[in-house]
Each structure stands twice: as structure tokens, then as C-alpha cells.
Design a protein around this ligand. Structure first.
Ligand SMILES: *Cc1c(COP(=O)(O)O)cnc(C)c1O
Length: 371
């Protein structure tokens, strides 16, 4: 037929052919109609239910709409300088990204070429694995051990084509973490041969004194790259902003793969303002999470539901039936959870912690679902 295309698959690389696109959740208004629920609590993305810090709210309100016409700072100039003050590293040690998600791609693009591999875990934030796979690189998935990244197992899988190792610390979804001694030992054994990325999306939630001060370790281990995000405790997920820190020699390489202007002005200014919070916001959030766990975990015990709970603003629960069925039943009651089969935890759901009154409603709904 004139004008028709030859089979499109011919143009699609084999590693793309086998991939299925990620299907994001639908907007609230659509979901409320679909499930006929009067309200909807999002407990699927580990957002901060308190929202952004007061100062970030002010920065957003003060944003002059006329500035929407002007491109943002292409390298997050002021934010990088502020991060430099906060962490005592030079401003050129930071790269700002459109969420930590974008930074994963920057690092893989910077260091991997044909035939290379990355190493991560089988039960962690899946974007490291996905980004490697859709870029045509092998991801080696080392099973968690005691729900924690298995350092010995990872070291055994390293070969001369391994370029990047991704450690999620604390781990989403198990909440486990490597303390400073363990991270240090691992970095010593890697001995600078690979880039080690430590994704600290939930670092600000951790109150344990032995959690690594990874920003300091960068000076000792120049192959260490640290990810942080404003999406979780800072409550700016909608604005899409995160950053990485590393030794300037490593960051200079990563910067070559960056998409300039991917981080908008409003995000940069809200993030900058968020860093100016005097600690009230983090303290408030931590205390809400503590109270929420103190309420939820004994309730789960009473229901005889096993759970995995550690650091971070989420808890994973094992159900006696499929997670997709649980999703539908809980949605009808207005609670949106994350099904975990995709994370290789069949029959598990991950629940973002909200304040106690919301958690009470959730527990009621869950109990109903079990009945
Ligand atoms: C939420 C999350 C991120 C994503 O952060 P964005 O900055 O919103 O892209 C990265 N890593 C982990 C482990 C997360 O849970």
C-alpha cells in the first residue's frame, strides 16, 4: 500500500522490543470516578503528606509569572552554591537533575558503553535496572540478603565490564540501610574500580547515628556518587528536582551527558528555599512518621499481617492474597497503595505513611479487605 511504513520493528533495537512501557497511575479525578470513591489518599509514591517547608511555599507564591518566559539557569547555579555551603564540597561537585530519576540516566550514559553492565539488587528501586536495560546494558541483579543489599554478593558479580554499582540507602522498599562502617568497607573493597552510586532519596528520614555521612566520604572515595532528591522529605515531587554529588573529576564526566535546562526555575527556587528551612520541617515530618508507625505496626500485628518496616516514610505489608486484588479493594475505599509484584515482592503492598487519622481509616479499609 502506498505510503504505508515497512514493519516498524525493524527499526527497534532488540533490547527495546522486549520492554513494556511503565503505566503511570491516572489522575485523581479519573480514579475517583473509576472506583466510585468520594476521597482518595495517595499512599503509593512515598510523598510527604505535610507538603513542602514553609519557605518553599513562600518561594512558589512569590514566583513572578512573567519569568516563565525566560529559560532557567542551565546548571542550577544558585542551588549548587547553596549545596556547596551545606555540605562543604565545591559547587562544581553537584549536578542538579529533573528528579533523581534523570540523574540515573546521566550516570549510565557517562560511564557505560556497548557490552558493559551495572550491578544493583533485584528488590530495590527499579529505575536503575530499567534505565540500564532500555539503554542496551545488562543489569546484574544481586538478591537482597536479610532484606538488605548484599555487599559480598555484589563484589562477586563485578567483572571487568562493570561500570556502575547502584546501592539504594536506605533501600526502597525494605527500609534497610548500610551503616557507615559497612559502606566504607564496601568502598575499600571496590577500590576505585567502579562508580558506586548511593541513592539517598530517604536519607533525611533516618535518625540512626550510624547512617553514613556519605557527602564526607566523597573526599576519601572519589568513585562515590551520592543522589538526593527534593521529592521525598522536602515535599516538592511535582516540581521534579534532585541532585547528585561527587568528586569533581567524576562530576566533570557526568556533566557531559546532562540535558541543559531540564530543571525549571520554579523548582530551583523552591529547592533553594527548602534548604533554608531551620530544621522545623524535617523534625515535624520525622515525628509524624514515627507516630504513624507506632500506630500502624501494632495494628498489623493484631491482624496477623507480616510486614517489613525500617527507615523511610513507608511500610511493606504481606497479604494472604494478590496485591492487585488488594489494590482494587482499597481503591474502592479511597486508599491508593503500591502493588509490589513488579518489585519482585508478590502479594506485598507498600504503603506511604500518613498522619494517624488517615492511617486509622486505612487500617479499617485493610481489615475490611481481609474479611
Ligand atoms: C522516589 C525515589 C527517587 C526518585 O526521585 P525523583 O527525584 O522524584 O526522581 C529516587 N530513588 C528512590 C529510591 C526513590 O524512592
Amino acid at each position: 500500500m502506498a505510503g504505508s511504513l515497512p514493519p516498524l520493528n525493524r527499526l527497534v533495537p532488540p533490547y527495546i522490543q522486549k520492554i513494556e512501557a511503565y503505566i503511570p497511575s491516572k489522575p485523581d479525578d479519573v480514579l475517583k470516578k473509576m472506583y466510585n470513591c468520594p476521597f482518595l489518599y495517595r499512599m503509593n509514591n512515598n510523598e510527604n503528606v505535610i507538603g513542602p517547608p514553609e519557605k518553599a511555599i513562600e518561594a512558589i507564591m512569590d514566583f513572578d509569572p512573567a519569568r516563565a518566559a525566560i529559560y532557567p539557569s542551565g546548571d542550577g547555579y544558585h542551588l549548587r552554591h547553596r549545596l556547596s555551603e551545606v555540605f562543604g564540597l565545591p559547587s562544581c561537585s553537584f549536578i542538579i537533575g529533573n528528579g533523581a530519576n534523570e540523574l540515573i540516566a546521566f550516570v549510565i550514559k557517562a560511564f557505560c558503553w556497548k557490552g558493559d553492565n551495572i550491578i544493583t539488587s533485584n528488590k530495590t528501586f527499579a529505575v536503575y535496572e530499567w534505565t540500564a536495560e532500555f539503554s542496551g546494558f545488562e543489569s546484574r541483579l544481586v538478591p537482597l540478603k536479610d532484606n538488605t543489599f548484599d555487599d559480598e554478593g555484589i563484589l562477586k558479580r563485578i567483572d571487568d565490564r562493570t561500570r556502575v554499582i547502584f546501592i539504594c540507602n536506605p533501600n526502597n522498599p525494605t527500609g534497610t540501610y548500610w551503616n557507615e562502617a559497612r559502606l566504607r568497607r564496601f568502598l575499600e573493597r571496590v577500590d576505585g574500580e567502579q562508580i558506586v552510586v548511593v541513592d539517598e532519596a530517604y536519607a533525611e528520614f533516618v535518625e540512626q547515628p550510624d547512617f553514613p555521612e556519605s557527602m564526607r566520604l566523597i573526599r576519601e572515595f572519589p568513585n562515590l556518587v551520592v543522589f538526593r532528591t527534593f521529592s521525598k522529605i522536602y515535599g516538592l515531587a511535582a516540581l521534579r528536582i534532585g541532585y547528585l554529588a561527587g568528586d569533581r573529576s567524576v562530576v566533570d564526566v557526568i556533566r557531559r551527558t546532562c540535558v541543559v535546562y531540564s530543571v525549571n526555575t520554579l523548582a530551583q527556587e523552591a529547592a533553594l528555599a527548602a534548604l533554608g528551612d531551620d530544621g522545623t520541617h524535617i523534625a515535624r515530618t520525622r515525628s509524624l512518621i514515627r507516630a504513624s508507625k507506632e500506630y500502624l505496626l501494632p495494628e498489623l500485628d493484631r491482624m496477623d499481617l507480616p510486614y517489613i518496616s525500617g527507615e523511610g516514610n513507608f511500610v511493606m505489608i504481606r497479604l494472604p492474597f494478590s496485591d492487585t486484588l488488594a489494590y482494587r479493594r482499597l481503591m474502592r475505599k479511597g486508599y491508593m497503595i503500591r502493588t509490589m509484584t513488579g518489585f519482585r515482592f508478590p502479594n506485598h503492598i507498600r504503603v506511604t505513611l500518613h498522619d494517624v487519622p488517615v492511617m486509622e481509616g486505612f487500617v479499617d479499609a485493610l481489615r475490611n479487605t481481609l474479611a
